[in-house]
Design a protein around this ligand. Structure first.
Ligand code: 3H9
Length: 694
């Protein structure tokens, strides 16, 4: 493939990048740019060089797929390409359209002149991948934007429209429409006897530099234990103010290399690729025609139904909300309004936006009002009998071709689909509470779900700002099924001697937003108790009692009753360790014949996180999840797994699958439920071969 096209137009050499989808600066493209510039410089008929990309992208930056491969460092490196531009005897003009990010912007900063489309989007988002701009961006951007603006952009990774920077030295010209024609005109108008402009020759001057840098250092301090990149960005930009240009470049380079090899950057880059992979389904072609979603019906105006509705209202899609009783409907609508008004008070939306969104919401008590919706999502009580009534009604009233979705978190979507005469149109859309906030959307593909229904739901999920992940049908789907394994692992280590507070602390230090017992107290322990009581009734002999049963028997349902795994002082959500709970657990241990032992935080983390990864591997080998990285997306966006660890499967991979399997076997050897620790066959296979889980 030609990575760039070279043309000559009226004495101007035009080099057009051709590396779809976003002109990532791969080895092939880097080489093609240098060859083009050399060719132009060797041709006496050429006066100037114009570099550009496509309408979509000047360049999305360094080719992230090359990271960690020999190609990344293969000559010419991006730094060399930039030097070649800067030292070109003939003027180089960058014509910037679409996105111009990271290495793409660094490349443009190596040109002598820059002409941009007003709508082009520019930025140095490297920090979001856990690195910093490594091809001179931290030294050159402050020279054209000034210290403050450049510092903010580099530390935040913010991407802005070229029009907003039209007055800065970043651009020589900002135009409406096609920047290439404008860049060619600009190049033709350049006088031949004027010395070429080089960004490296500009000074970074800011009287407040010390104060700005101090502020920036303070701002990034808190997060730097988990994410070192923002602090490194500040130091690299600081170097632009107090080092000679080439020394600044060398400092930036050293910081870049260090970050590139950090586990945080590896995790963030994994997540970048994982998010994009998750929406691709091998047997569903990318060009599958989508069904239109112009109107949505939601059944149930409780917390879940209300939150789900808000996603569509936010995206400008009208919603019809259905309830059985007028009172419940009014309560649901009032909650939605209150949520919007709270967002407005925080200044995130305007009063007009609140009204606009509320005007898109209509309500009904009758299924017959749902005839015209394109998608209906039920969020009613989690009981198969109730779902049956709802789906039979929906099948009666919903127009042909509309999508029928259940928000079930555990029930069998195939069984639900069988209540209708159109199982091909039925799918699970598992939103996470609060549904208007949480990013995860588990899309449950039934055995008969049509491909275009799946493709439409993935696309719709992206449009409403969710991270969609496809799951097959099983109890708990991907996320909750793994959660059972995680909680069981926590309960087992508690039984062996760890206090709930130690378990929570260990997992919070690992990076979870909240440990499992604090989560339990927040969510309420009575819900799980009710489920367990039903199980016990159904199978008294097979039922295995847990400590949580004792808490509930004592009326300790969590925060709402002032006591659960912890004690709470009225009006304060801060958990207090409660000796009563410790006694209760110790009694339970004695009854079970367990002598408690001292357990390290590391063991707690390994047990809980490896239990997640092991269940994840079973889900993968059963084909419930399509990829290991899909499981990571589920855990990062729905279950508070720490981002800098990249998800449970990525974490296990980094820990070494051999080590994980070995630990699972050890945990199983001392467990009262050894089968729960049986390593997944897939984990064993990969531990043996050393191949990465895919
Ligand atoms: C860097 O530059 C380091 C330098 O400072 C130093 C070097 C020494 N490379 O997001 P989308 C692919 S670090 C290769 O779905 P959108 C992406 O995987 C880099 N491929 O579309 C996807 O592929 P597929 C700094 C890339 O329109 C397709 O493009 N740059 C790259 O919503 C479409 O992506 C960044 O951090 C890349 N750099 O958004 C920018 N970027 O179709 C990261 C994207 O096979 N990228 N792809 O799934 C983005 O922010 C967005 O992808 C972008 C497009 C705004 C470009």
């Amino acid at each position: 493939m030609d990575h760039a096209f070279y043309e000559e137009k009226d004495g101007i050499a035009v080099i057009t990048f051709n590396n779809p989808p976003v002109n990532g600066l791969s080895h092939g493209l880097r080489k093609a740019i240098v060859e083009g510039v050399d060719r132009a410089n060797n041709n006496t008929a050429i006066r100037a060089i114009v570099l550009g990309g496509t309408e979509r992208a000047f360049s999305g930056g360094a080719d992230v797929t090359e990271f960690g491969t020999p190609k990344a460092g293969q000559a010419p490196t991006l730094r060399t390409v930039i030097e070649v531009l800067e030292q070109s005897a003939k003027p180089v003009v960058a014509a910037i359209n679409g996105v111009c990010l990271g290495g793409g912007l660094e490349l443009a900063l190596g040109a002598h002149y820059r002409v941009a489309a007003a709508a082009a989007r520019v930025g140095l988002p490297e920090v979001k991948l856990g690195i910093l701009p490594g091809a001179g961006g931290t030294q050159r951007l402050p020279r054209v934007l000034g210290l403050e603006k450049a510092l903010n952009m580099i530390v935040s990774g913010q991407v802005v429209k070229a029009a907003t920077l039209a007055d800065s030295a970043l651009f020589d010209k900002v135009v409406e429409g096609d920047p290439q024609a404008a860049a060619i005109d600009f190049a033709k108008g350049l006088a031949s006897d004027v010395p070429l402009k080089r960004v490296r020759d500009l000074a970074v001057s800011d009287a407040d530099a010390d104060a700005l840098l101090l502020n920036a250092r303070n701002a990034v301090k808190a997060g730097s234990a988990r994410f070192p990149a923002p602090a490194a960005c500040v130091e690299a930009v600081a170097a632009s103010t107090n080092m000679a240009f080439d020394d600044g470049l060398a400092f930036e380079r050293q910081q870049f290399t260090q970050l590139l090899n950090s586990s945080e950057s590896l995790a963030l880059r994994h997540v970048f690729a994982a998010e994009r992979a998750a929406t691709k389904i091998p047997d569903v072609p990318a060009d599958t025609p989508l069904r239109p979603i112009n109107r949505v019906g939601v059944i149930g105006a409780g917390t879940m139904g209300g939150g789900i509705s808000m996603n569509y209202l936010n995206a400008g899609i009208p919603v019809v909300l259905l309830e059985q009783k007028e009172e419940a409907l009014q309560r649901g609508v009032a909650t939605i309004r209150k949520n919007y008004e709270n967002t407005m008070k925080k200044g995130r939306i305007t009063a007009e936006q609140v009204e606009e969104r509320m005007n898109l919401l209509s309500t009904t008590l009758s299924y017959d009002a749902l005839g015209e919706v394109d998608l209906v999502i039920e969020a009613v009580f989690e009981d198969m009998g109730v779902k049956e009534v709802v789906f039979r009604e929906l099948d009666r009233v919903i127009k042909p071709g509309a999508i029928l979705a259940s928000n079930t978190s555990t029930l069998d979507v195939d069984q639900i689909a069988a209540f209708t005469k159109r199982p091909q149109d039925v799918i699970g859309l598992h939103f996470f509470s609060p549904a208007n906030v949480m990013k995860l959307l588990e899309i449950v593909r039934g055995a008969k779900t049509a491909k275009d229904v799946l493709a439409t739901c993935i696309d719709m999920g992206k449009k409403i700002g969710k991270k969609p992940v496809v799951s097959g049908v099983c109890d708990g789907f991907i996320g909750n099924r793994m959660l059972y394994a995680y909680r069981d692992a926590a309960d087992e280590v508690m039984l062996q001697g760890a206090a709930p507070s130690q378990i929570d602390r260990a997992l919070e230090n690992f990076g979870f937003a909240m440990g499992p017992y604090r989560v339990g107290d927040l969510a309420g322990l009575d819900i799980g108790w009710a489920i367990r009581k039903r199980k016990k009734e159904a199978d008294p002999q097979g039922y295995e009692e847990v400590v949580a049963d004792r808490l509930c028997e004592a009326g300790r349902f969590g925060q709402k009753t002032g006591a659960g795994w912890y004690r709470y002082v009225a009006g304060d959500r801060k958990p207090q360790v409660d000796p009563e709970v410790e006694n209760l657990i110790e009694t339970f241990r004695k009854e079970k014949g367990v002598t408690s032992r001292k357990i390290s935080d590391q063991e707690i983390v390994e047990r809980c996180v490896y239990a997640l990864a092991n269940e994840g591997a079973k889900i993968l080998e059963e084909g419930i999840a399509l990829r290991a990285s899909d499981i990571d997306i589920v855990y990062l966006n729905g279950y508070g797994f720490p981002l800098h660890r990249g998800g449970p499967m990525h974490y296990a991979q980094q820990a070494g699958l051999f080590n994980v399997v070995r630990a699972l076997r050890q945990f199983g050897a001392t467990s009262a439920r050894p089968q729960a620790w049986q390593p997944a066959a897939l984990l064993e296979k990969h531990a043996e071969s050393g191949d990465a889980l895919k």
